[in-house]
Design a protein around this ligand. Structure first.
Ligand code: SF4
Length: 382
């Protein structure tokens, strides 16, 4: 917000749109785009599209119209994130003495960076699973490249994110599992809208198109990642299935939803109590870390999203002066979840195929190499 309100215009918002034109003009590059869950809740506001036209299919159509070769869904990668992170949580629960407690989610780079810079004592508590953006980039330049007979450097991996921190995350030295950056260009939702305007695209005139495959199919669990509590709920849906051997009731974990600063809940899994804490906003996260260090509170699994309300309220989303819209946009994601035929990451057929044909199983050697980071190289860039 301070960039857009700088009184002398000295602070300018970063603009990576020109990089898109360079890569689209390069005949030696295959462009592969991923779109984050939260972007679909807000991209159409700039065009005043009514809800029936502001669909995921029409968002895909705009990206195809711009000229990208493949349009995929970060929600697919979010389903993979859950497979890895829920497996990590179960491993921690099985061998509690081998791990630092509580386990923290790590899909928000704002949060990971905050822990590294202000509370490095807690770095071992972070899940080693990379964020969906980086998991997608790693799979685009390995699994997808292999399927298409491409070399990683022939692919330009582009992400559209509600987030400014994702630009910094993509540049980290630790996010180069393919030998090159796994994500080459990150556009915020605002930059995406700027690109559509520059191209004079009227989304209302386009017919809907589906995401491409095999990195385009997602479950409702992958979609709700964009709202505070979404990662926790998605992980619990899969952890429950593994521990109890059946699907959780639909409303089993909806208690973790909402934009409150801190939500503490208890769930029974396999006869044991799991204490969860969901935090939104870095101010609240700082207080939590201080209380954890002082031994004042005890939890097993903690989700933190740096932006109030989660990614739907992210720093790269359209700005509405004086309006807090995370609640409204988060509800849009829960509606998409309800309308998806599948609601658990482990039931995504494309994710099942990924493990069968390529990764073998969650936390396999290959999965560790491509999809995990110890977050220690967090401050190194290249
Ligand atoms: Fe980025 Fe904010 Fe989402 Fe964290 S919560 S990933 S900083 S948009």
């Amino acid at each position: 917000q301070c960039i857009t309100h700088c009184p002398v215009g000295a602070l300018k918002e970063r603009n990576d749109v020109p990089k898109i034109y360079d890569v689209l003009a390069d005949p030696n590059k295959v462009t592969v785009v991923q779109v984050a869950p939260a972007v679909r809740t807000s991209w159409a506001e700039a065009f005043n599209l009514p809800p029936e036209l502001a669909t995921e299919g029409r968002m895909v159509a705009t990206l195809k119209k711009i000229g990208f070769d493949y349009v995929f869904d970060t929600c697919y990668a979010a389903d993979v994130t859950i497979m890895e992170e829920a497996s990590e949580l179960l491993e921690h629960l099985q061998k509690p003495q081998d791990h630092s407690w509580p386990m923290f989610t790590s899909c928000c780079p704002g949060w990971v960076s905050y822990v590294n810079k202000t509370h490095p004592y807690f770095v071992p508590n972070l899940s080693t699973t990379k964020s969906p953006q980086q998991i997608f980039g790693a799979l685009a330049k390995s699994y997808f490249a292999q399927k298409k007979g491409l070399k990683p450097k022939e692919i330009c991996s582009i992400s559209i994110m509600p987030c400014v921190s994702k630009k910094r995350e993509a540049a980290l030295f630790s996010m180069r599992s393919s030998g090159t950056h796994d994500v080459d260009i990150v556009l915020t939702t605002r930059e995406f809208i700027r690109l559509l305007r520059a191209e004079h695209i009227n989304p209302a005139m386009l017919d809907e198109q589906p995401f491409d495959n095999p990195l385009g199919q997602s479950t409702g669990a992958g979609v709700i990642f964009g709202a505070s509590g979404g990662v926790m709920e998605a992980a619990l849906r899969t952890a429950y299935h593994v521990i109890e051997g059946k699907e959780a009731p639909e409303d089993a974990f909806t208690d973790v939803r909402g934009t409150e600063g801190r939500k503490v809940r208890e769930f029974t899994l396999g006869g044991a109590t799991l204490r969860t804490c969901t935090v939104s906003g870095l101010g609240n996260a700082g207080k939590l870390l201080d209380e954890l260090k002082a031994g004042k509170v005890h939890y097993d699994f903690v989700e933190v999203m740096a932006c109030p309300g989660g990614c739907v309220g992210g720093g790269g989303q359209p700005i509405h002066d004086g309006e807090e819209r995370a609640d409204v946009l988060g509800n849009k994601l829960y509606t998409i979840d309800s309308n998806r035929p599948l609601h658990q990451s482990h039931n995504n057929p494309d994710v099942q195929e990924l493990y069968k044909d390529f990764l073998e199983k969650p936390l396999s050697e290959k999965a560790e190499q491509l999809l995990h980071s110890d977050h220690v190289k967090e401050h190194n860039y290249m």
